[in-house]
Design a protein around this ligand. Structure first.
Ligand code: HDE
Length: 755
């Protein structure tokens, strides 16, 4: 046992406690010497608390420095202690009556350790359980100050934020790339209190009234008998609900479009969904819809990519967000508003602003930028921050108010209620990540997990004992005053307005706004999802809803299902397409894009070095893929390998390059082993590389190769001269063209859509 250093240290500590010899006995025994315990190291100060605490310093996937100062990766402090600070000398052995004897109940450390472990889990969110978060800052442009008095919109006002992105249906451990809606919830720690903008990446919702939320979620979640399928909408209960309940058609169509499978959280829009009411300093009101616009554009995976990613990297979006922030490619979004006059009808161009299944096309009401969000720090601890953050649509600040959207009403109730069971009591706003940065002077007292030590004896109002403190603020001293809107005289009813009956005109508007390739993806998505349903009646009802969107959509899906296409059961609306809804078109910055570089022992490494450097300088991420790990070329200036043929899969890369092979007699070869002189690239025969390249080609990704790399591309079945396949003499020229292709996200010309 004295060969085991941990045991040896423990034995030494026990000896020290016992004194010099067996006769001296244990401390407390009459005549025993006081124990002498050697100080193994100096105790260190604990880490500083947030917000000063930097993100944990790690290398990026590329080995690029993060810029963050090194931070301790383990517990700080020299000694392990109990939760009450008593130092421990052993945590590997229970206290026993002799080495082979029974464990003693008096072992407090054992009981504390196991008890705490037993209670480590809290309930996951009933929806949006799977998520990833990041810290950042929001800077106002000052452009919204005429419509809202909220301090955070002021010019150059900086507000710290925490953002949590999520999927809706899956459990905490489910894959990131499921076809689903994404949450995009932002907590603004403003000087006037917390404002939560709890948004989604889809601007409409399945239901028009919150009372139906449990229904739509029960239908979407796994079946209650076998609890399958996980994180999927491709099953009978989901399609049963959305086809019986046709107000869900619009949201479902967005889910079946490329919006349902984002490439990255960094490349998603966000929408407040409901119409909100802004109030300015004079008390004038405006109706608005909030939009987040990503600086990198809105991009998606292809369906096959999403499925492969779900297997090879279920944490794809979480990892992407973390890595981008660590490598300094800070994601950014502009917050924008569509502005509508606050009229008694609450409609705009005939669109009911209180109906959360409707959008207002940007061509009718442009999105006006009001501030910039930058995410620049990863959480220090997932549980403490991302898991315990508690958003609430009712966390509002003066200048931002709600409307009578009946979906919003249920949310205003639900978000506190759910935290009571999720976070175990009413004091969740005292958890560090939820704490406001504004002074708190409430009269809420006691309850589970109360952290505040409230002073005073009069937590009630009115009081005279505290001289009446605290006092009320007024509208002029930043009180939140509900807007005194007129409520029309009415009967109590369980009814919706007639305008809520239009379930198909806006889905048709969306379909008509898509480019052919986007339409083809939608056809494939419906065909796949409905193909996974067993009930014939559900498929037939789904085809009816599709016929009411567009006959071509219906016919193509019907063909895939092997069923007849029904005729529309409603008149097809005459709509004007909204090009802003399409994701295809436009050129976007390639920041943070991942470029794989296939290389092996035959590769000219000088070119690889130049290409890597150019990629890094352009703010993208180069990953060298080689037959095995470690370094390529032991001599001189070796190139580090980030992925091996075994660990690289196409879904990780936005573009793949095949590095050149120097010809016989090349200078680059001179420095290396002559045996590589006439060797064919290993990559040309390795099936994993050929799969990597053929998948990347199939998914419309830019491909490049230079100086002999054509052999490898050809071996992968990639036709020379195909769109987006760039070959040339040097890495630099090839990379230039590949970067230009990346600005469009995919090589769209490679597809020939049939819709
Ligand atoms: Fe939510 N929603 N929701 N929701 N929602 C929750 O709150 C709810 C809706 C959204 O990252 C829950 O803390 C009802 C629309 C996001 O922590 C819960 C209704 C939109 C998140 C809840 C809706 C959202 C949630 C679960 C219909 C987009 C994740 C855990 C009336 C505008 C927040 C929690 C995070 C989370 C209720 C509809 C967005 C149960 C009753 C519409 C982004 O309170």
């Amino acid at each position: 046992s004295d060969k085991n250093p941990v045991k040896a240290a423990a034995a030494k500590a026990v000896d020290a406690l016992r004194g010099d010899g067996p006769e001296d006995g244990v401390p407390g025994k009459p005549g025993a010497e006081p124990p002498t315990l050697a100080e193994p190291t100096e105790a260190r100060e604990p880490l500083p608390p947030k917000p000063d605490q930097g993100a944990p310093a790690t290398g990026t996937a590329t080995g690029r420095p993060t810029g963050a100062p090194p931070t301790a990766r383990a517990q700080s402090g020299a000694y392990l202690t109990t939760s009450t600070g008593t130092r421990l000398y052993d945590t590997d052995h229970s206290l026993k009556a002799g080495p082979r004897g029974p464990v003693l109940l008096q072992d407090h450390h054992l009981r504390e350790k196991i008890t705490h472990f037993d209670h480590e889990r809290i309930p996951e969110r009933v929806v949006h359980a799977r998520g990833a978060g990041a810290h950042g800052v929001f800077v106002g442009y000052g452009t919204a100050s005429n419509v809202s008095r909220a301090a955070l919109f002021g010019k150059d006002v900086e507000t710290p934020v925490f953002v949590r992105f999520s999927t809706v249906l899956g459990s905490r451990g489910s894959m990131d790339t499921a076809r689903d809606t994404r949450g995009f919830a932002t907590k603004f720690y403003t000087s006037e209190g917390v404002w939560d903008l709890v948004a989604n990446n889809i601007p409409v919702f399945f239901i028009q009234d919150g009372i139906k939320f449990p229904d739509v979620i029960h239908a979407g979640k796994p079946h209650p008998d076998r609890e399958i399928p996980q994180a999927q909408s491709a099953h009978d209960t989901f399609w049963d609900f959305v086809t019986l309940h046709t107000e869900a058609t619009h949201h479902t169509l967005w889910n079946m479009s490329d919006r349902g499978i984002p490439r990255s959280y960094r490349m998603m829009e966000g929408f407040g969904v409901h119409t909100f009411r802004l109030v300015n300093a004079e008390g004038a009101t405006t109706l608005v819809k909030f939009h987040w616009k990503p600086k990198l554009g809105v991009h998606s995976q292809t369906w096959e990519e999403a499925q492969i990613t779900g297997g090879v990297d279920p944490d794809f979006h979480r990892r992407d967000l973390y890595d981008a922030i660590e490598s300094g490619a800070y994601p950014q979004w502009e917050l924008g508003i569509q502005v509508f006059p606050d009229t008694p009808e609450q409609t705009f161009e005939g669109i009911d602003l209180l109906d959360p299944t409707k959008i207002v096309p940007e061509e009718l009401a442009p999105v006006q930028p009001i501030g910039l969000l930058t995410l620049n720090a990863n959480p220090t601890n997932f549980f403490a921050e991302t898991e315990q953050v508690a958003f609430h649509v009712g966390h509002l600040v003066p200048g931002i108010d709600v409307t009578d959207d009946p979906l919003l009403a249920a949310r205003l109730f639900s978000y506190v209620d759910t935290q009571l069971s999720r976070l175990g009591g009413p004091n969740f706003n005292q958890i560090p990540i939820n704490r406001t940065h504004a002074p708190v002077n409430d009269m809420l007292r006691d309850g589970f997990h109360q952290h505040a030590v409230h002073t005073g004896t009069a937590p009630y109002k009115p009081n005279s004992l505290d001289g009446g403190c605290p006092f009320f603020a007024g509208a002029d001293t930043a009180a939140f005053v509900e807007t005194p809107v007129e409520v029309p005289a009415a009967r109590k009813v369980r009814e919706a307005p007639a305008s809520y009956d239009d379930h198909f005109s806006q889905p048709r508007l969306f379909w008509q706004s898509m480019t052919p390739i986007e339409r083809e993806h939608i056809v494939h998505a419906y065909t796949f999802e409905l193909g996974k349903c067993y009930e014939q009646a559900i498929k037939e009802r789904a085809l009816q809803t599709l016929a009411n969107i567009d006959p071509v959509l219906c016919e193509r899906v019907a063909e895939g299902l092997g069923l007849p296409a029904p005729a529309p059961s409603v008149p097809l609306a005459d709509v004007t397409p909204s090009p802003a809804l399409s994701q295809v078109g436009g050129v976007w910055p390639p920041d943070g894009r991942m470029i794989g570089i296939v290389a092996d022992d035959t590769t000219d490494l000088d070119d690889v070095r130049t290409v890597r450097r150019t990629i890094l300088d352009a703010g993208m991420v180069p990953l060298v893929i080689a037959p095995s790990g470690g370094k390529l070329d032991a001599g001189g200036d070796p190139v580090t390998v980030q992925r091996t043929f075994a660990t690289a899969r196409s879904v990780e890369f936005d573009a793949v390059l095949v590095a050149g092979v120097p010809g016989p007699g090349s200078d680059a070869l001179g420095a290396r082993d002559a045996k590589t002189d006439d060797a064919a690239p290993v990559a040309a025969t390795d099936p994993r590389v050929l799969l990597l390249l053929s998948e990347a080609f199939r998914h419309g990704k830019a491909l490049g190769g230079w100086a002999g790399a054509e052999t490898v591309l050809e071996a992968a079945g990639i036709p020379t001269g195909a769109p987006g396949v760039v070959t040339g003499d040097s890495g630099a020229t090839v990379l230039e063209q590949v970067s230009a292709l990346l600005g469009k996200h995919r090589v769209w010309d490679r597809f020939t859509p049939q819709v």
